[in-house]
Ligand binder design. Sequence first.
Ligand SMILES: [Zn+2]
Ligand SMILES: [Zn+2]
Length: 340
Amino acid sequence: MDVTDIIQTASLPEVIDKAAAYLMHHGWGTLLEFVRPGSRLYVWALVGALALAAISFRLYHSEGEGESEGEGKGKRGTIRRFLAYCFPRAVWTHPSAVLDYKLFVMNRLLGPLIPFSTIGLTAALSYWLAKFLNTHLGVFPHSLPWNAWSIGAVSIVYIVVGDFLEFVLHWAQHRIPVLWRLHRVHHSAETLTPITLFRVHPFLDVFFNKPMRAGMLGVLGGVLFYLFFQGNGRPVVLVPLVTFQMLFNVLGSNLRHSHIWLSYGWVASHVFVSPAMHQIHHSIAPEHLYKNLGVSFSVWDWLFGTLYIPRQREQLTFGLEAGASQAHPSLWKVYTEPFI
Ligand SMILES: [Zn+2]
Ligand SMILES: [Zn+2]
């Protein structure tokens, strides 16, 4: 297929679908996600996901289960069974997963059209607010000295409060009808793969998530800079933040959107969101509705009564509701359905 083939296509929905397939074929821009350290698809994050998948394989995939003709026994057979466990065709080539891939490419393509960067806006707002407070209120008398300890302590506050703000944003997407219409796109996925993370309506990101995130984190950063560093923020404060993000990514964030079950156990699940807990968030079972809205820390769910910790491995069905037909069978529907 080439560009003329796309242009000659008659209907707009088909053009969008074909354009996405064309871009996927040529892989434009999408490869960047694999070399960007903050990305969940960064190569080490994928290696980490495979290592955790191996733990899940040992725990939940008993010897011989799923063994079929030709897989054989011994080391080779185990590797084959592990790969079959991680990459079942029924999941990775499911129409829902294929739509995720198309949306991933399309949203990346639309990315440069978004006229601001969240990190840039957050940093600018933080610096401006810290300077403003310094000028109008005077230097805060109990400021911390600028050293590794103080940066570490302030970073922990930033990470914890920042994660709470993410929880609030996610809660709003489920509870405010106009936001839910857009967030539904993420929840209509019937199979989960790490690419499902990118299954989002672009309007939700452009008009809600990014500006809200930049605004709230920008104000938080500004207040912290004022209170702790005499109003002087320096880019070095991003180091612990990015390290935490990378650690989070390596420690299984990719398994959240997958069929691979991994729980952190009853105690740790009160603090951290395990992959199994986010899979429960995608489940259509009534008892799982509105549960596990947290991103990194589950304490917010615990505090606000939306925590659901599985006692054992559960069989889950993902999607919007039982028996309902797929609300987003094509890219065209993804983009238009929330407005119909
Ligand atoms: Zn959700
Ligand atoms: Zn999700």
